[in-house]
Design a binder for this molecule. Structure first.
Ligand code: HEC
Length: 137
């Protein structure tokens, strides 16, 4: 065997360790469950689906916004478990609106998401409008 071939498993192992399975899973889930409406780059579609680009993390700056991102029907009803939904939302925030993430941002946990998604939102549009109106410039 060529000496460098002996190192190959080691090299492959270190690549494997570098990839974060949670991140991969989140990206996969976004593509399967959310991209149809939110678009590959989060820019939404037409007038009906708002853009997440530069916007999503702005909800974290207003009271009730953190909860809203989980309770909005697209999130709460997604066909993924609590751990996956938490990872998906954390991934989306980083991906689409890193510049708007508050410094003190604490990633969603499975537990938090699991609790919030049990409380469905009534009047989504009205609540959303209220939160958007309160956002700092
Ligand atoms: C059928 C289209 C559709 C799908 C699929 C969808 N969404 Fe949405 N999403 C919307 C619409 C429309 C809104 C605006 C609020 C509302 O009316 O529900 C929204 C809003 C949101 C918001 C709040 C941001 C904002 O500006 O209101 C989040 C977070 C979100 N969706 C996450 C997801 C996630 C996560 C998935 C995939 C698991 C997903 N959505 C799948 C249509 C969709």
């Amino acid at each position: 065997m060529k000496p460098w071939l002996r190192l190959l498993p080691l090299v492959l192992l270190s690549f494997g360790a570098a990839a974060d399975p949670g991140t991969d899973r989140a990206e996969f889930n976004y593509f399967v469950h959310c991209r149809g409406c939110h678009g590959p780059d989060g820019s939404g579609s037409g007038d009906s689906v708002p853009s997440l680009k530069g916007e999503m993390a702005r909800f974290l700056h207003v009271t009730g916004g953190r909860e809203f991102l989980v309770q909005v029907p697209g999130s709460a009803n997604a066909a993924v478990g609590d751990q996956e939904l938490a990872q998906l939302l954390n991934w989306m925030l980083e991906k689409f609106s890193p510049e708007a993430l508050p410094d003190e941002f604490q990633p969603y946990s499975a537990k938090e998401v699991g609790r919030l998604r049990q409380e469905p939102l009534m009047e989504v549009n009205q609540l959303r409008a209220k939160l958007v109106a309160r956002m700092p410039e």
